[in-house]
Design a protein around this ligand. Structure first.
Ligand code: AMP
Length: 369
């Protein structure tokens, strides 16, 4: 991953792939042009690297020239194309091949055609290394296309983001979400995850998602999801994975602009941990850490019974249900420690002490990430 100005980009097309695409373009064009001496016209600034590599590969005699147009402002394709350097030589009766780094909306191409309208060239053909079919809004034929790409902003190999990135030998794509901090707050029922999440979400400006809270909200409002979850929750067992995963995905989607998330009560099984990795991956992001609050069982039982006196939670009122929840945690959930430890992302924190002290312990882990 790289950062240019304020934005993060991920590797997208390697130098090798670019080289292969370029060779294909050269082969096709050389074959079509035959014995003629073509004039290759690079469109500055973006095409400088492409034009240089292209003509080095071109097997026959050729001429090279440039025109300079300015089209991009930031990461959006601007409608307004400025002509900074026009044609400086007579191209009457010549075979002209435009070398473009990228064609997206086609606005630059429109300007190119305007430039050539009164030139009496023999033929005018368009070659582009990258092409975004979803963004292309014009009817001009593209004679030679290197690599078709999705409509996402890219940098590198001549292409820039506000001046930076042109020198990169490979191409990077903008990250779906920019920099996120995603934490899994882990620990048995009663460890204090919910209490601590309330402080941490304010301090680090993160969105707190507690699957238990979402289930309880749905139960209270008697939604279909709530009805489904109720029987499992009241016995202290786990709600089925697919139901929980779908619900979590929806909660994350609701907060598409978040700086990051505190996941509380999720994941609780391997299937959920895999699903969470996939979800983070789809956002070009990842879980940064699993932070576990470590508390002895007897302390947990007492805390939960105490909470049950005021929380109104049925699963806090009955010691058998509480002990079952703790057992489910050790049987089904605690293994996730290995899952995250294997990725060097597991951090255990002593969960016994004052609320403030525990917040300080958690914060020091987060600050060191
Ligand atoms: P909690 O508030 O985290 O203690 O969750 C209360 C109850 O909701 C749990 O005992 C489970 O029945 C259910 N639940 C919460 N999160 C999950 C999850 N990730 N997977 C399955 N069930 C869950």
């Amino acid at each position: 991953m790289i950062k240019l100005h304020d934005k993060y980009f991920k590797p997208f097309i390697s130098a090798k792939e670019i080289d292969r695409a370029l060779q294909r373009l050269v082969d096709e064009i050389a074959e079509d042009v035959g014995d003629e001496i073509p004039v290759f016209v690079g469109i500055l600034n973006g095409s400088f690297m492409l034009t240089s590599d292209f003509v080095k590969k071109y097997p026959n005699t050729c001429e090279v020239t440039f025109i300079k147009l300015a089209s991009y402002e930031g990461v959006k394709s601007s409608e307004d194309i400025q002509r900074l350097i026009g044609l400086t030589q007579d191209l009457t009766d010549r075979t002209v091949i435009i070398l473009e780094d990228i064609i997206d909306t086609g606005n630059t191409l429109h300007e190119v055609y305007r430039i050539f309208k009164n030139e009496k060239v023999k033929s005018l053909k368009i070659a582009t290394l990258f092409y975004k079919p979803e963004a292309y809004k014009k009817d001009f034929k593209l004679h030679y296309v290197g690599i078709e790409i999705p409509d996402k902003f890219i940098v590198g190999y001549g292409l820039d983001y506000d001046g930076l990135g042109r020198n990169l030998p490979e191409v990077y794509q903008i990250k779906e979400t920019q920099h996120m901090t995603n934490l899994v707050l882990f620990g048995p029922p009663g460890a204090g995850k919910g209490t601590q999440a309330e402080f941490l979400k304010e301090k680090y400006n993160l969105v707190h998602i507690s699957t238990g809270d979402v289930f309880r909200y749905n139960m209270k409002n008697e939604t279909a999801l709530g009805m489904l979850a109720k029987s499992y929750i009241e016995k202290g067992g786990l709600v089925p994975d697919q139901v929980t995963i779908d619900m979590l995905n929806a909660e994350v989607e609701k907060n598409a602009d978040a700086n990051g998330f505190i996941f509380d009560g999720f994941p609780r099984t391997n299937a959920q941990a895999d699903a969470l990795d996939k979800l983070m991956d789809s956002k070009d992001s990842q879980i940064n850490a699993m932070i576990a609050l470590e508390v002895d069982d007897e302390v947990l039982v007492n805390r939960l019974l105490e909470r049950g006196k005021t929380s109104g939670r049925k699963d806090d009122a009955d010691e058998t249900v509480i002990r079952n929840r703790i057992k489910v945690y050790y049987d089904e959930t605690a293994i996730l420690k290995d899952f995250y430890a294997g990725q060097d992302k597991y951090f255990g924190v002593d969960g016994v002490g004052s609320i403030e002290n525990i917040t300080v312990r958690l914060s020091s882990v987060i600050d060191n990430l």
